[in-house]
Design a protein around this ligand. Structure first.
Ligand SMILES: [Zn+2]
Length: 479
């Protein structure tokens, strides 16, 4: 869809000339294809290594970049990177952009290799794409989980939050098991019918055999005031290279920067493992607005310290007499822009974290207007709403087209609706919308799987291997 096109467009066009090319591949068809090339004597002598690696396609292990002239390396590496990210057409186009590629045997082999790899791919069953989600990651478990017996917030941290260590292990384990991150919008093929109405259908995603697609989202990435001093990052910022990273305030008050939350950790992982993501897709960030976004206090409500605002906001304003809303918004937008550029998408989580099933239409309307006023100008328009509290507008299947709240949300431009669902996967295409259930990979889920009281994550990882040694027993929900 648009997203993919945009991602492809972002790839730099680089001119280069010919040079050796390498070819290490797996998958029976590819191996067979290469064997044919070898038999025909097409592959240059000594460079025809074909390595079986199960379903993993490996390039470059014996591709000696040292033999590629400096000025051409970037293009060759970039083409391999595109192919690793399953974008074979762009990889081919890149090689075909090189002057004289038609007469360069090695570049021809490169193109054929990409074609063979593309030919091995099989369509993903969109209805079986699992969707996992997280909240803000716990950086220091000892701060987040202390005083379980008397601190209500610490119990919530333990139930709803995943630690950095757990997230890293899960990401690695899912990658090792062949999971490939796809974008929420990669699932959708939207078109317009003869009446001019929008029609949503499952899109086609092609991956090598054995690979499994998954979607990821992260909720409440606002760094709420209530997270202060509990060992979470404080905000997302850009480093000197313009990359998204985190600011973290240590217990002694020292401020450090680094990858302390989902966004920069996953960015780094995909940078290192391009085949972990389909064409550079990242996750969807679900944002409320009432405490601002991404750690910036961007909401209108902060403008009046005497207004009807929470004690936390008043306290924060008192501690920050130099507060400048325009500056906060400018900084937040810079980070949001960099995230979008890096493949992240944004969704509404409703401005006030409201219960969509319980609220009346008037409340939904005023809340949505606040989202449009305070969040949308910073992250751009979105067609996605990730409901808070796991509530939904109706039972699974088609929504009731006469439901006033559903009709209102569609009028407001929402066509993708996600809830929370413990099942392995749940995807539903309405006429002009997508619904998807999401699995919470949080402390509650990890703990009850690790101790053998639940079994609903074993398709992704072994919870006993993942769970943080510093996590105390997780109390049952409602306690
Ligand atoms: Zn939430």
């Amino acid at each position: 869809m648009n997203k993919q096109k945009k991602r492809r467009k972002r790839e730099k066009k680089v001119q280069t000339a010919k040079k050796p090319v390498f070819v290490i591949i797996a998958g029976t068809a590819v191996a067979l294809g290469l064997a044919c090339l070898l038999i025909k004597g097409i592959l240059p002598e000594g460079r025809g290594d074909v390595v079986e690696t199960g379903t993993n396609l490996v390039f470059g292990d014996s591709y000696d970049m040292e033999t590629v002239p400096e000025e051409h390396r970037e293009a060759v590496e970039q083409a391999d990177r595109l192919a690793k990210a399953y974008d074979y057409d762009s990889a081919i186009a890149l090689i075909q952009g090189i002057d004289g590629f038609e007469n360069d045997l090695e570049l021809q082999i490169k193109i054929n290799t990409y074609k063979l790899m593309k030919a091995t791919c099989v369509p993903v069953n969109i209805n079986e794409v699992t969707h996992v989600f997280y909240h803000t990651l716990v950086v220091e478990p000892k701060r987040a989980f202390a005083n379980q017996d008397k601190d209500f917030q610490a119990v919530g941290n333990n139930q709803w939050m995943t630690t950095m260590d757990e997230f890293k292990k899960i990401t690695q384990e899912m990658y090792d098991r062949g999971y490939v991150l796809v974008g929420l919008h990669d699932l959708i093929d939207s078109s317009v019918d003869e009446n001019g109405d929008m029609v949503y259908q499952p899109a086609t995603i092609m991956l090598p055999p054995g690979k499994k697609a998954y979607v990821l989202s992260q909720d409440d990435l606002s760094y709420y005031h209530s997270y202060d001093n509990y060992g979470y990052a404080a905000k997302l910022i850009l480093d000197e290279k313009g990359k998204v990273t985190c600011e973290y305030i240590k217990e002694d008050g020292t401020i450090v920067t680094g990858a302390y939350d989902v966004v920069p950790i996953l960015d780094e992982f995909i940078e290192e493992h391009p085949d972990a993501s389909y064409r550079g897709a990242k996750g969807t960030i679900a944002l409320t607005g009432y405490n601002g976004i991404l750690g910036y206090r961007t909401d209108n409500s902060y403008l009046d310290i005497n207004g009807d605002i929470s004690h936390a906001k008043k306290d924060w304003l008192k501690e920050h007499p130099d507060f400048d809303m325009r500056k906060e918004r400018t900084e937040a937008k810079k980070v949001a822009d960099a995230m979008k550029e890096g493949g992240w998408e944004f969704a509404s989580h409703t401005w006030g974290h409201i219960r969509i099933g319980d609220v009346n239409l008037a409340r939904l309307m005023s809340d949505t207007q606040k989202w449009h006023e305070n969040v949308e100008p910073l992250v751009g328009k979105t067609d996605t709403i990730i409901f808070a509290h796991g509530q939904d507008l109706g039972n699974w299947g088609n929504y009731n087209e006469n439901d006033v709240k559903f009709r209102y949300l569609k009028e407001q431009g929402f066509h993708v609706f996600c809830n929370v669902d413990g099942g392995q996967y749940r995807t539903w295409f309405g006429k002009d919308y997508l619904r998807q259930g999401r699995r919470n990979l949080d402390g509650y889920r990890l703990y009850y799987n690790a101790v053998g009281k639940q079994d609903n994550v074993s398709d992704l990882f072994d919870a006993a291997e993942i769970i943080d040694a510093l996590r105390p027993p997780v109390p049952p929900l409602g306690k």
